[in-house]
Design a protein around this ligand. Structure first.
Ligand code: AVI
Length: 377
């Protein structure tokens, strides 16, 4: 049976939906959906983008976002959520970080995937690919190539909060893979995972690459895995990329690059907050500070105030006092031990089937399979 003739499981819900059709963009709402949905849309189109969140329209989650800034900046140990890195300039700076000579994780993970994508495809068989935080989908190509080489149907669900990058990379992928079907979800992981319908391919693999897991604290990690295991059916797969523990010197170099791109990425968060919440952070009066905390096995990234100052965020009705030298923690990036992470996955009913690393053991990619819940709990 051709994929074209499968009923589309995603045609539901009350969302604003954007369809791409040979570079023509159509915005249609739910009531107009029917006009495009059958039979033409299902048989001819290979790309749907579903907008589950719209960052340009203030929403309940936007209000909550402001609350997390207030909460983080009013405690004695100041923090800000790392999600505020990723406005458009921040996402571009992150892409630049991935290319830096000191920032080894991206190229090391890509190297592992290039080498072992064929094995991954062999193990899972024909499979719907769901990517969390797809960004520019660069590493995805390695996986798509492997599934294509085995003549498996190609169905890809990228999930990202940035609609611009999701749409442009999806369009490029469609050009490069003539049999590929894409359903892009502009969404947070949480919302998208709740929306996933049972796959119509024999199985599904959710993948979470780049060691983004390391940016979640323990509590966030627990919540994340509950969402993953709720979204997967028994027998389906989860592919995880994790940065491994290594020397302080190598790690600190990766977060303190010579060109200062990571520093710019960190300081950009203040510009983002200024724009978003009518703030007056002066980025000249803060500096980037990143170090490896060997006890907690994590990089900690801070912004340090260069003098005593008061910053105002008008839209949040918030004034924040800083002492000279006081810092804001903007990110943790945990570094993993492969044995420990495998035990933790197994305890969450995600049984590790296979682990791949690079020759220096700097990075690990773990393929897990969902077990019946409770087996190891
Ligand atoms: C997205 N994340 C996995 C990156 C990391 O290494 O923790 C973010 C980053 N922060 C500074 N450099 C890169």
């Amino acid at each position: 049976m051709s994929l074209k003739h499968l009923a589309n499981p995603y045609v539901e819900g009350n969302f604003y939906v954007v369809f791409w059709e040979e570079n023509k963009v159509r915005n249609v709402n739910q009531s107009a959906f029917g006009a495009y949905s059958k039979p033409r849309f299902l048989t001819e189109d290979r790309l749907q983008i579903k907008q589950l969140i719209n960052l340009s329209v203030p929403s309940k989650s936007e209000e909550d976002a402001g609350n997390d800034v207030i909460q983080g900046l009013t405690q004695s140990f100041k923090t800000l959520p790392p999600k505020y890195f990723y406005d458009d300039p921040g996402s571009k700076l992150f892409e630049q970080i991935c290319e830096l000579p000191e920032y080894y994780p991206t190229r090391t993970e890509t190297e592992i995937l290039r080498q072992y994508a064929g094995e991954i495809a062999q193990i899972t068989g024909a499979c719907e690919l769901v990517e969390l935080g797809s960004g520019s989908s660069t590493k995805t190509r390695t996986l798509l190539n492997a599934y294509e080489a085995l003549n498996y149907p190609l169905r890809y669900l990228p999930i990202d909060v940035s609609s611009g990058i999701l749409k442009s990379s999806a369009e490029q992928l469609l050009r490069d893979y003539p049999s590929l079907q894409i359903l892009g979800l502009v969404s947070t992981y949480e919302l998208a995972l709740q929306q996933l319908m049972p796959t119509q391919l024999p199985t599904r693999m959710i993948f979470f690459l780049g060691s983004t897991l390391g940016n979640l604290n323990r509590q966030e990690c627990e919540a994340f895995f509950s969402q993953i295991t709720a979204a997967l059916s028994v027998g389906e797969y989860f592919l995880l990329g994790v940065d491994l523990q290594k020397s302080k010197q190598l790690l600190e170099a990766a977060y303190n690059d010579n060109q200062g791109v990571t520093a710019e990425f960190n300081l950009n968060m203040l510009k983002h907050l200024n724009r978003r919440f009518e703030g007056n952070f002066d980025t000249e009066q803060f500096e980037h500070w990143a170090f490896y905390n060997e006890n907690l096995h994590q990089i900690e990234m801070h912004l340090r105030s260069l003098r005593a100052q008061t910053v105002r965020l008008k839209a949040l009705d918030l004034s924040v006092n800083f002492e000279a030298g006081e810092t804001i923690l903007t990110e943790i990036s945990r570094k993993f031990n492969l044995n420990v992470v495998q035990q933790e996955l197994e305890a969450k009913s995600l049984k590790p089937l296979q682990v791949w690393t690079d020759s220096k053991q700097w990075f690990g990619v773990i393929l897990c399979q969902m077990q019946p819940k409770g087996i190891n709990q």
